[in-house]
Write a protein that binds this ligand. Sequence first.
Ligand code: PLP
Length: 355
Amino acid sequence: MISFARGAPALECLDAELLADCARAAIHADRSVLAYGPGGGYGPLREWLGNRHGVEPGRVVVTNGGLQGFVFYAEELLAERPGQVLVEAPTYDRPLKILARLGADVRPLAMDDEGLDPDALERELAAGETSFLYTIPTFQNPSGRTLSTERRRRVVELAAAHGVPVLEDDPYGLVRYEGEPPPSLHELEGGELVTYASSFSKTVAPGVRVGWFVAPADVAARLEARAVSNYISPPFLTQATVHELIHRGAFEPNLERVKGLLRQRRDAMLGALAQHLDGEVTWSEPEGGYFVWVDLPADASELLTRAEAAGVTFVKGADFFPGGAGGERAARLAFSYESPSEIDEGVSILASLLR
Ligand SMILES: Cc1ncc(COP(=O)(O)O)c(C=O)c1O
């Protein structure tokens, strides 16, 4: 099966030798990485991340991947400020499932090529009490779109005017193949309402399960308390492994190598779409990240059934809309996992099925 469904890095992106060496060095340097410790994460890594974001280390909570942090954030915010949760439509499917489990009133915000529509945000903010806004402004999962700088400013202004907290989820921002990065919402707003979340899943390895949240001090304290009550302390071994990798200067070179491998895949995806499907479907053209969003001339669910029978899989658009309402004729194609030649083959199979 050629998988355009897996939003995961190709295995060759994962440097096993480097990580094994860093893990060994981390244990030898500090035996306490094998012990219990602070729920908010490995001290030296919190310090490094705090420096990077210009905040006190106590405002950084290192979680077991970004998604675990999302659960803690959503639980805390919904308890503290009951109200609607605003999300981009489409948005990452796992948070939608988590929010449904928590019984949240999830409201979709329309998007276009420049990201979420601030006018839609303004309307929803005026329509009812909002618990928080969840947004993935850069190389969004699933659409690959990036919120323009102008819209970022408006989103921050609207959040400030309504006093509404924002969760900026940014695991893909550093996985940029070209172009200039826009300022984060967190930078624009100053971190009073915006909590910034990211992860080493896309830059080092998803299996280390190291994500981080930069939050206002009270939110950070509550996230840390959630971590303690759920798992006592996180796996310091993998957090210290990531810290060792950074400390020895291997983060940037590793990221460059990973981006080189993924850029080839992004190029293969865009090239294959242009070669096999030009004029028949439209697609987003991301400067980074893992995903291309494709608008189809046909029902995605029916296409998926036939595609899987022909050896190709993807995620249908409806899975990324609250309640499955939308995206019936759309698909998310992840180019991160398969090789460039498999990507070309997979797209040519989809093209033959669409004809
Ligand atoms: C937007 C977004 N947020 C969070 C995550 C979860 O990442 P992690 O592996 O850090 O839990 C993903 C993973 O695909 C993602 O796409």
